[in-house]
Structure formats: structure tokens, C-alpha cells
Ligand binder design. Structure first.
Ligand SMILES: NC(=O)c1ccc[n+]([C@@H]2O[C@H](COP(=O)([O-])OP(=O)(O)OC[C@H]3O[C@@H](n4cnc5c(N)ncnc54)[C@H](OP(=O)(O)O)[C@@H]3O)[C@@H](O)[C@H]2O)c1
Length: 365
């Protein structure tokens, strides 16, 4: 009996030692990752010397929550707000109220005061406003709603090269994206309503045409392309690599939307399951660093050189997405506006995520 108890005690001690060793190894691995942090500059220096924040928030489908989400994200130091004129999905009025409210409270409460000049506001022109006067009217309204007429809109994109089915009249459909681009360039030159310009939902052939259009014009007056940024769908299963490589070579910044996988939900091809947030590879990587899948995906996009604009109505998620989360010290950044964002993915993780590209297919294309 004594011998059995003795063997049992030895066995328990052995198990305990193994447990301690594995916890130690895990912590050591985390420490290594902390030391191997990848510092990503929080702001991208644009050709004209102005700064484009790399981390922002999206505001699609926030009806009713738009102003509180924007205010909360700004209070966490996220200084880029993405919105659009399309009332089908966005509310510039709510976003504008959120910015205004943040600035009003910030003025009262903080010694580190912000102004409209510190916030980078991105909006998009609906294809129904491609015509010259319609665009001017729509931009005047956006400037009023989003900046309270304090400054030009920081970045204005053509939302889509073509109008979505049933969303434009036949008169509005007569105005092409090429017409719209010329009108937008004119707005940029004027500088009152618009500062930087770009496009969204443009594929490679359209981008080649756009760059040709602006570059040939630019060559005449010796300037570079007018396109500052392109906003396209990009997540681990849809990495838009060809477009990103093309834009990188042209010195145009890529801004990713629906990075956390929402496009798959909208298309409802996977019975309501978000394949990004539930993916095995991403979950394994997240577990290695004791972070969430969303944090892994945001770091992946940042380490790939993109601007990211995740959307959330959940305070804990907003906090994590803004690099203020408590769960992972690897994510904490001392100064989100001017400093670096501390990411953590090792080259092997980046390769593993790269392998996910295209594995779900794009059945509706
Ligand atoms: N140019 C265009 O045509 C276009 C198209 C689509 C989107 N966009 C822009 O891109 C933005 C982002 O894309 P999106 O709105 O499609 O969605 P997304 O950012 O891909 O994903 C949002 C979803 O992720 C969840 N989420 C966010 N943070 C999370 C976290 N830390 N952990 C777990 N879940 C998290 C959110 O749920 P909770 O709310 O519960 O956190 C929400 O369900 C849009 O809001 C919009 O500004 C542009």
C-alpha cells in the first residue's frame, strides 16, 4: 500500500514538474515574441508631407451607434475615421456628431487637446453624385457634417466605379467614373472641400486605367499621380495581392476594408459564419500570443503595410482594436498618434496567413 502511495506521489510530482515546465516554455515563447515585436509606424508620411494614420475605424452599418462608436474610438487615440455619403450603409451626420462631441469633451477634460486638424476624415462619393455640380453639392454637405466647415475633407474616394444596381437613376448613370475622377481632381486642385483623393472597389485593370489617366496628365506639369489611396476589400482569405503589389510600385497607399471577414457574411455563402474570426490557423496563431484572432488579423494587415479600419460596436473590441487592450502587452503602444504600433507576428506566422489566400474561393465573382 505504501509502495503504491509512494509511486502515486512520484507520478503526481512528475506531472506537476511537466506542467511548470510547459508554462515556463510558453511564457518564454511569449517573451521571445515580445522581444521580436514588429514596430509599425502609426502614421504614414504622404508625398505632400502630410500624415495618414495607419489605424482607423469603419463606420458602415452603425445606424444609431455611429456617434458613440466614433467618440469612443477617438478617445482611445484612433485618429482615422472612415465613412461615406451612401445613406444605404452610412450616416455622415452621426459620424460628425461623434467627432464634435469628442472634441467638446476633450477640450474640457484633457490637457492633451485635439482639434479637427488632428483627425483624419475619409469619406466616399456615391456614384449618384459623379456629375460635377452634384459632386460639389455632396462634398459641401460632407464637409459641413464631418468637419463643421473647419477644414477640407482629408481623403475623398470614389466609392465604386459603377453604381450598385437600382441605386442610381438613368440620368445619374450617364456620368462615368472617368468623369467623376476629373471632377474630383478639380476639387483637389481647388483645395477647399478636398485634400487627398482616391478610389474604392477598383480592380487591377481599372486601377491601371486610372493611373494612366492621372499620370499622363501629371507628366505634363511634372507632378506625381494624384491618387493618394485605394480602399478595397482585403482579408486573410481575399488578400488582393496583385492590386497591392501594383499600388506599392506606384507609391499609392492601400487601405483594407472588411479585414475582419464581414464580406463573407454579407454574401452569406457560409451560413452566417465569419470564416476569418473562426479560422483554425488564425486561432492557433492567436493562442500562441494569447491574443484574439481580430488582433492577429489587424497586425497581419499592418505588417503587410496596409491602413486598417475595423468596425465594432463593442467597447472591449474597440479597445483591443485600438491597441489599448489589456490582454496583450505585446499590442500596447505608448503613443498611437505619433509613435509606433507594436505588432508581433513572426515571419512564419505571416507565411501561414499568406497560405490562406484564395482557399475559400470567391463564388459570386
Ligand atoms: N469601400 C467600401 O465599399 C467598403 C465596404 C465595406 C466596408 N467598408 C469600410 O470598412 C469598414 C470595416 O469593414 P466592415 O464594416 O465590413 O467590417 P469588419 O471590420 O470586417 O468586421 C466587423 C465585424 O467584426 C467584429 N469585430 C470587430 N472587432 C472585433 C474583435 N476585436 N473581436 C471580435 N470581433 C470583432 C464586429 O463585431 P462587434 O461589433 O461585436 O465587435 C463586426 O461584426 C466599414 O465599417 C467601412 O467603413 C468600406
Amino acid at each position: 500500500m505504501l509502495r503504491v502511495l509512494f509511486l502515486l506521489a512520484i507520478h503526481l510530482l512528475h506531472c506537476f514538474a511537466l506542467l511548470i515546465a510547459s508554462v515556463y516554455a510558453h511564457n518564454q515563447k511569449l517573451d521571445e515574441h515580445h522581444h521580436g515585436a514588429v514596430m509599425v509606424s502609426a502614421t504614414i508620411q504622404l508625398r505632400d508631407g502630410k500624415g495618414l494614420p495607419r489605424l482607423g475605424i469603419g463606420t458602415a452599418a452603425l445606424r444609431g451607434y455611429g456617434s458613440s462608436v466614433v467618440e469612443e474610438a477617438l478617445s482611445y487615440g484612433v485618429m482615422l475615421i472612415d465613412t461615406a455619403q451612401a445613406p444605404e450603409w452610412y450616416s455622415e451626420a452621426e459620424v460628425g456628431r461623434g467627432i464634435e462631441s469628442f472634441l467638446a469633451h476633450n477640450d474640457l477634460m484633457s490637457s492633451n487637446q485635439c482639434s479637427y486638424g488632428d483627425i483624419y476624415i475619409v469619406t466616399k462619393i456615391h456614384p449618384r453624385s459623379f456629375e460635377r455640380t452634384a459632386m460639389n453639392d455632396a462634398l459641401t454637405k460632407s464637409r459641413n457634417l464631418l468637419t463643421r466647415n473647419t477644414k477640407p475633407l482629408d481623403l475623398v474616394l470614389l466609392h465604386s466605379p459603377y453604381c450598385w444596381e437600382g441605386h442610381c437613376t438613368s440620368e445619374q448613370l450617364r456620368h462615368t467614373w472617368q468623369d467623376a475622377w476629373r471632377n474630383l481632381e478639380e476639387q483637389k486642385r481647388d483645395g477647399f472641400l478636398v485634400n487627398h483623393i482616391g478610389v474604392s472597389n477598383f480592380d487591377l485593370p481599372l486601377l491601371q486605367e486610372l493611373l494612366q489617366l492621372t499620370t499622363s496628365k501629371a507628366n505634363n506639369n511634372g507632378k506625381m499621380t494624384q491618387v493618394t489611396a485605394v480602399q478595397n476589400w482585403c482579408d486573410p482569405f481575399h488578400q488582393d495581392r496583385e492590386v497591392r503589389a501594383f499600388l506599392r510600385a506606384q507609391g499609392v497607399q492601400y487601405m483594407a476594408y472588411s479585414t475582419l471577414g464581414s464580406q463573407w457574411l454579407h454574401k452569406d455563402v457560409l451560413q452566417g459564419i465569419n470564416p476569418v474570426l473562426t479560422d483554425k490557423t488564425l486561432s492557433r496563431i492567436a493562442a500562441t500570443y494569447s491574443v484574439t484572432v481580430a488582433e492577429v488579423v489587424i497586425c497581419w494587415a499592418l505588417q503587410e503595410g496596409m491602413v486598417v479600419i475595423p468596425r465594432s460596436t463593442n467597447s472591449e473590441h474597440l479597445l483591443l482594436n485600438s491597441f489599448r487592450g489589456r490582454r496583450s502587452s505585446a499590442m500596447n503602444s505608448t503613443n498611437i498618434r505619433n509613435g509606433d504600433l507594436k505588432c508581433f507576428l513572426a515571419p512564419q506566422d505571416m507565411q501561414d496567413i499568406q497560405q490562406l489566400d484564395g482557399t475559400l474561393g470567391v463564388p459570386w465573382d
